[in-house]
Write a protein that binds this ligand. Structure first.
Ligand code: KG4
Ligand code: ZN
Length: 345
């Protein structure tokens, strides 16, 4: 079967076509995975603005679709993200998917964006051992999710304020580094070591599995003011920016790893799964690997290829495959609605 999937929950317009052969041991064949990023606009305005992002999706969708379905025939199922995310953006994708579904007379299936950050890992790992623990870290979410099987989830903990990616983005903004903050801070951090500037590790020792990153951002703001009494962004030296980047990144990594390992031990999971834009961070990936290697319990560690960590259509397609029995007929497509706060369960 061939699934055409549409992702517009934030600022990336993604459309992919995934071909699946075989039933018991499915073989995945990626026919296309096209993304139109709004990074340039994000850079210009210093972040994502829902109504502006919505207009960009409207502009991008027909162009991205044309590229994604070039030379492809016989689509069996249309998948679309219906939440969580920015509602105006979600609706744009949903309305586009509904039109396609009616026009081509193909069933349609709504997909949870967070679940898709987890299940994208099935592309390269056919057998994930359960129970598993998923850490989904993106611009909008930081959640620790117990995965008992596909479709069986329990949120163990999550951020009480800012998401980890949001913290990267806001800290980068404070330092005048640009957008999106994660990749920029990560690159700068390569050129220094953490610890030269000291930042807090919020909630690292608490017994729950929750996170809090807004205090870290505020600590960066105050530390930055102390180090640079002149408000001019140009007053910051290159060395200072590298040291700050390395410490911000390490503070976020320390909290994410500590809490994830604690939850993994407490729930005796067999696998740790990473997903979401922040999981593209190379230091996070390598420190997770060495922490797991050094810890005494046997556990599989699974993380997507960096380009599949960030938002894309392919993750929606593969998730739709695992929920294909929930498809709705084109005549019922109107029942699909966007839910900006959709929870995984
Ligand atoms: O999953 P995603 O593409 O979109 C959401 O669902 O939010 O995640 C985007 C987030 C942004 O905050 C971005 O700064 C962060 O992921 N990010 C990174 C890296 N690449 C993207 N954070 C740290 N290191 C990276 N290499
Ligand atoms: Zn995402």
């Amino acid at each position: 079967m061939k699934i055409l999937a549409i992702e517009t929950s934030c600022d990336d317009t993604g459309i992919a076509v995934l071909e699946i052969k075989g039933n018991k041991n499915p073989v995945f064949n990626v026919l296309s995975n096209v993304i139109a990023s709004q990074v340039e606009m994000g850079k210009k305005y210093g972040g994502v603005y829902p109504m502006m992002a919505k207009r960009e999706h409207q502009k991008n969708l027909p162009i991205v679709l044309k590229k994604a379905i070039k030379n492809i025939k016989d689509i069996d199922l249309i998948a679309v993200t219906n939440g969580p995310g920015l509602e105006p953006c979600l609706w744009t994708g949903i309305n586009f998917a509904k039109e396609l579904s009616l026009k081509l007379n193909i069933p349609i299936i709504p997909v949870n964006h967070i679940e898709s950050h987890i299940l994208v890992n099935y592309l390269n790992n056919k057998k994930i051992k359960f129970p598993a623990l998923a850490l989904v870290v993106s611009g909008g979410h930081t959640q620790l999710i117990l995965v008992k099987g596909i479709g069986k989830y329990k949120i163990l903990g999550e951020t009480r304020d800012d998401a980890a990616g949001e913290c990267f983005d806001k800290c980068a903004r404070i330092l005048g580094l640009g957008y999106p903050g994660g990749p920029i801070i990560s690159k700068l951090a390569e050129k220094s070591k953490p610890g030269k500037i000291k930042l807090p590790r919020p909630m690292i020792g608490t017994k729950d599995y929750d996170f809090s990153f807004s205090g870290l951002k505020t600590a960066v703001l105050y530390a930055d003011r102390r180090a640079n009494p002149s408000t001019s962004l140009r007053a910051r030296t290159k060395q200072y920016k590298k040291e700050m980047a390395a410490e911000i990144q390490q503070a976020i990594i320390d909290v994410l790893i500590k809490k994830t390992i604690k939850a993994a031990r407490d729930h005796k999971v067999k696998t740790i799964i990473l997903g979401g834009g922040v999981s593209a961070n190379s230091e996070l990936r390598s420190q997770f690997k060495s922490e797991i290697r050094n810890s005494k319990f046997e556990i599989n560690f699974i993380v997507p290829k960096p380009d599949l960590s960030t938002d894309n259509g392919l993750m929606i397609a593969i998730t739709a495959y695992y929920h294909r029995n929930k498809k709705v007929a084109p005549s019922k497509a109107a029942t699909i609605t966007a839910d900006g706060n959709l929870r995984i369960k």
